[in-house]
Design a protein around this ligand. Structure first.
Ligand SMILES: N=c1c2ncn([C@@H]3O[C@H](COP(=O)(O)OP(=O)(O)OP(=O)(O)O)[C@@H](O)[C@H]3O)c2ncn1[C@@H]1O[C@H](COP(=O)(O)O)[C@@H](O)[C@H]1O
Length: 117
């Protein structure tokens, strides 16, 4: 079997994480207490708050900590984002569609073409 590229690893890790969060949301555990289930049970506002806390920790790492710290904080951030999305019923496919619509479009031109208030 051919070796996975770093991109394949990231994709597989994100897919595995999303599937695990889905499983916890559906009550599947591995006979250990589940942090994901606890967070989801607390509701979307709590999930959003935790995501915000992790975002601040990621900003601090980006501005003043090591690259290894940045990678770890980013992993926390992605986990909490996925849980927050699940708590709101927004799927990764929904996010994928939003990203696909933007492909090939300059961010500067998109901003210039936004409806004016
Ligand atoms: N990637 C993660 C992950 N990243 C961070 N965390 C947890 O997020 C929590 C954040 O830490 P905090 O100190 O902010 O949490 P806290 O103080 O308990 O939070 P509050 O009191 O504010 O609610 C810690 O308990 C971390 O272990 C994660 N918990 C789970 N996962 C993944 O989700 C899978 C399922 O986890 P369980 O749902 O726990 O089985 C795991 O196998 C992992 O793959």
């Amino acid at each position: 079997m051919s070796k996975l590229s770093p991109t394949d690893n990231l994709f597989q890790a994100l897919t595995y994480l999303a599937d695990t969060i889905d499983a916890r949301a559906e009550g599947q555990t591995n006979d250990q207490p589940s942090y994901t289930a606890k967070l989801l049970a607390a509701g979307p506002s709590k999930c959003a708050k935790k995501f915000g806390e992790e975002a601040v920790e990621t900003v601090i790492a980006l501005t003043s900590e090591t690259n290894a710290d940045v990678a770890n904080e980013t992993a926390d951030l992605l986990y909490h984002l996925f849980v927050a999305l699940r708590s709101r019923g927004v799927s990764l496919e929904d996010v994928g569609h939003a990203l696909a619509k933007r492909q090939g479009m300059s961010g500067i031109i998109e901003k210039e073409n936004r409806p004016k208030d």
